[in-house]
Unconditional design. Sequence first.
Length: 184
Amino acid sequence: MSDPRAPEGMVPVWDRFVRVFHWGLVTLIAVCWLTADEIKSVHEAAGYLVAGLIAARLVWGLIGPRHARFADFVRSPRAVLDYLALLRVGREPRYLGHNPAGGAMIVALIATVAGTALTGWLQTTDMFWGSEMLEEVHELLATLILCLAGIHIAGVVFESLRHRENLVTAMIDGRKRASERPHN
């Protein structure tokens, strides 16, 4: 079914919730990084908002539209490795939704962001107040978010060039080119 509002040859892929979640998470993680040692109240508030976004995304991954659902893009490690092998030789299929490597990155990012939010919250509890070990884990996870985000951005740029489509624009307007036969 085509969207009458979509330009010729474009189909809706990313729904409004997924797009708001994505850019909201980017913004809130930036706020957390910029306020970590300076403005604790803003850092904590942004962290709680991040946790809320992650919880909402987990629900949306079960009940949202096709390309928002985890069942659409979470693949086995074997499928991810097979996709990466095809990518290496330039024979990977184009996916309308997330490809297996992109799906693995989403899982890694959600898990890491959730772990960062959890360890941040735990530091506010009586049991873990002042725990240096938990603070180090929190900081390690926060650094891992940046590393994963860098890999994610590199993957988006690579795939955009490889398949001649602007994936950043697709995450803004929700539409991708449908002219070729995508894998899914």
